[in-house]
Write a protein that binds this ligand. Structure first.
Ligand code: GLN
Ligand code: ZN
Length: 758
């Protein structure tokens, strides 16, 4: 059986591309040096795949920043404000990705959005009425030739025209269908050039097909591919889909002249049923996505072989594929020197997944003439799945099993709590607060590092943070904020911090995954049942409270966000893991309350992230358990204790009722950039929870003026009752400098006072 990889990670196994790019941005290295680094990464990737015996290896899966941006750039979807700067091609490309500020001008970056249901972000192509789509680059051709020079005939991976048009933002009056023709011509021209270079296979990534499609979408898809397929000559087209099943268009796709169809059997839970019920066209190759491109766990060979055997009844030509690009997993376990073999033996990162592809394909071939159960590789694999005894904590299991329906409901009702809280807290109208973190200056990070390296004692570490907290409280008092925070100096990251303090988590050294551009994250791994052995944040919050007479807000991360930003285990459901985390955080909430913290914020920054791609699945597959899991965390507190939550990074206009059902008392969120549209939606939905829509954008160092904040507040007051409106920045301040933070918060308090005085 042949094997295929959709795409390989491209940041470099030691994040070489990140470091080289960052040096390039600072002018420390030349474009040539950066290009040489990029070449080495591509070469190493290709050779690794070849060495593993992969039959279909992709080229053009490399990117200096983002592959959607690559496609936009290739087809001249370059807004004038970038092309007119007069920069080199690569600099223009980076200007689109990151903005440009220098002697040639000052432009902001293009928008960035989450890539489907992943934590990767792509650059949103921007098309205006004058955009002239045409083939204006040769990256795919160059990278194809480069691979051939290394002795590898690749399939050329490129974002498909349909998905590209769907992902773009249209700033004029025209829309996607107005650009289809020009795009078809441009892709055709590219294919022609590739054909002349002797390319055989083109992989067109069309993940948009796994979403809900309307008639117009299907028509657009048909129009594009009818034309491209008619002119493909002897080239072979692989239509590659991932992140779900393509139930809305499966039959049509089967009827079209594709040579291969790539389907996701991991996230596409209906994929196998589709093939079984509708069949698979003769003469075409099915690229079966069975090696998970998103998880870090070993593949269960028996399950995979079972599906392959079933598939054989429907398709005569099967290629074993990854379920999506391997971009979403770290490079290699080889980089992990500290993690015990107990854990490692269960894991597979990108490089190990190559191994799995080739092992499964050999086992499949073997099984055609012998009993695969006798094969040593098969046996070894199956041993791994016979229960991970060490990951079970019976006490935790019992606790989850004994959660009762009423544990998901906080009493009394919100309106009654609101009254009690107003009495107890005695806050002014339009209370002012922040989202939690204060600037993480060099000394703060060094303090944590020193503790980690054993250079200072725990006592010294704590004393330093206490000093920072005392200063932070004093600053907030001076500024005149109403609800204070301790500043989060003990945290590197809002999820990693809790992971490190919970049982059941393990950590890697170098398991970096690209999040966007040169930014990578290192998600903690849920290995076993999660529990909290002792209080985590109480020490800091209690100390902060001792520094002031004003209310101090406790600061926690919610269970859904902790789960969504970790690599989850797969031997139990993510719902069950989330409930375990929820119980642990619930204990922390109750401990904070018992220690006199009257306001507790539980951040759910990533709540929306795992929302299924199809609307029809939103509640049944996600919100129906995620929202109750959040409620479980705070349902045990007294009516007078005020629960806040915070959300950001996403639009949530469409899930307002679900957010209200979290039953927090106050929610703060990112709104300064989303045109206050969300406020209309709050009003329409009779949102009950008190709200603090961010009054300024913390993602930029700019200090908002008092007037600006007053205006923002007035716009909010048109839609939100005065008694429910809070005043705060739109997110945590940890990435900001101290000077701008202070100046911004002073203006924020002034603005709130102006409105109050009216
Ligand atoms: N409390 C966190 C902070 O202020 C929230 C971060 C976030 O929403 N991403 O840093
Ligand atoms: Zn935030």
């Amino acid at each position: 059986m042949k094997t295929s990889v959709i795409a390989y990670p491209r940041i470099g196994k030691d994040r070489e591309l990140k470091f080289a790019s960052e040096k390039f941005f600072k002018g420390q290295i030349t474009e040539d040096v950066l290009s040489a680094t990029a070449y080495e990464i591509r070469k190493e990737n290709l050779l690794k795949e070849k060495e593993a015996g992969i039959s279909f290896i992709s080229s053009n899966d490399f990117s200096f920043y983002d592959n959607v941006l690559d496609a936009a750039y290739l087809f001249n979807i370059i807004p004038k404000r970038y092309s007119l700067l007069g920069l080199s091609p690569l600099e223009t490309y980076f200007a689109m990705a990151r903005g440009y500020q220098g002697d040639k001008g000052n432009v902001k970056a293009l928008a960035m959005k989450k890539w489907f249901n992943t934590n990767y972000h792509y650059i949103v192509p921007e098309i205006d009425d004058d955009t002239e789509i045409r083939l204006s680059g040769n990256k795919p051709i160059e990278e194809f030739k480069e691979a051939r020079a290394l002795g590898i005939d690749t399939k050329i991976d490129i974002i498909g025209p349909f998905t590209l048009l769907k992902l773009a933002r249209y700033t004029g009056n025209k829309s996607s269908k107005d650009f289809a023709k020009a795009l078809i011509i441009s892709y055709a021209e590219l294919f022609d050039k590739l054909y002349q270079e002797g390319a055989e296979w083109i992989q067109l990534d069309e993940p948009w097909l796994v979403r809900d499609l309307n008639e117009e979408d299907k028509e657009l898809f048909r129009e594009i591919y009818k034309s491209l397929l008619e002119n493909k000559k002897s080239l072979k087209f692989l239509l590659q889909t991932y992140f779900g099943d393509i139930r809305d268009i499966y039959s049509q796709v089967c009827d079209m002249a594709f040579d291969g169809i790539g389907l996701d059997f991991i996230e596409g839970r209906r994929t196998l049923d589709l093939v079984k019920s509708k069949g698979f066209p003769k003469g075409k190759i099915i690229f079966a996505g069975l090696v998970n491109g998103k998880n870090i766990w070993k593949n269960d060979y028996s399950k995979t072989l079972h599906i392959l055997t079933e598939l054989k009844n429907y398709a005569s030509d099967i290629v074993l594929n990854t379920s999506c690009s391997l971009l979403h997993v770290p490079y290699s376990l080889e980089n992990e020197t500290k993690l015990s073999e107990v854990y490692l033996k269960h894991m597979a990162f990108a490089q190990e997944k190559l191994q799995e592809l080739s092992q499964i394909s050999s086992l499949y071939d073997f099984s055609e003439s012998a009993n695969v159960k006798d094969h040593p590789i098969y046996k070894e694999n199956q041993l791994l799945f016979q229960g991970r005894i060490n990951s079970v904590d019976q006490e935790v299991r019992n606790r989850v099993n004994s959660i009762k329906e009423e544990d998901y409901t906080r009493l009394p009702d919100f309106s009654e709590r609101e009254k009690l809280q107003k009495e107890k807290l005695g806050l002014p109208l339009f209370p002012t607060t922040s989202i939690g973190s204060f600037p993480q200056t060099q000394d703060v990070r060094q303090n944590r590092q020193k503790l980690r390296k054993g250079l200072i004692s725990l006592e010294e570490y704590r004393d330093f943070n206490k000093k920072k907290i005392a200063e932070c409280i004093k600053l907030q008092e001076e500024i005149g904020l109403d609800v204070l925070v301790h500043g989060e100096y003990e945290r590197n990251d809002m999820v990693e911090y809790f992971g490190e303090n919970l049982e059941g988590y393990i950590f890697t050294e170098k398991a970096w995954v690209q999040s966007y551009g040169t930014r990578c994250v290192k998600p903690p791994i849920i290995w076993g049942d999660v529990s909290r052995k002792k209080p985590i944040t109480v020490f800091w919050s209690k100390y902060a409270k001792s520094c002031t007479n004003k209310p101090v807000k406790g600061m926690l991360t919610g269970p859904v966000t902790i789960l969504n930003w970790s690599f989850p285990r797969e031997d139990i459901s993510i719902k069950e893991s989330t409930l375990q985390i929820a119980l642990a955080i619930r204990d922390e909430v109750l401990d904070l309350e018992a220690n006199g913290i009257d306001i507790i914020q539980i951040d759910e920054a990533a709540l929306r992230e795992k929302l299924p791609l199809r609307k029809s699945d939103w509640y049944s597959e996600y919100l129906d358990w995620a929202i109750p899991a959040f409620r479980l965390v705070h349902s045990g507190v007294k009516p007078e204790t005020q629960i806040h939550t915070h959300m950001c990074y996403s639009e949530f206009t469409d899930i307002i009722p679900a957010i209200d059902a979290m039953d927090a008392d106050v929610i703060t969120f990112e709104a300064s950039r989303s045109d206050l549209q969300i406020l209309d939606s709050l009003k329409e939905n009779n949102f009950r929870t008190e709200v603090g829509p961010g009054v300024y954008d913390i993602h930029s160092p700019r200090v908002p003026s008092v007037d600006e904040i007053v205006n923002a507040l007035n716009a909010m007051r048109d839609r939100i009752e005065d008694s429910k409106l809070w005043v705060n920045p739109d997110c945590g301040l940890k990435t900001r400098g101290e000077t701008e933070t202070k100046a911004s918060l002073i203006n924020l308090v002034k603005a709130a006072r102006i409105i109050r005085d009216k």
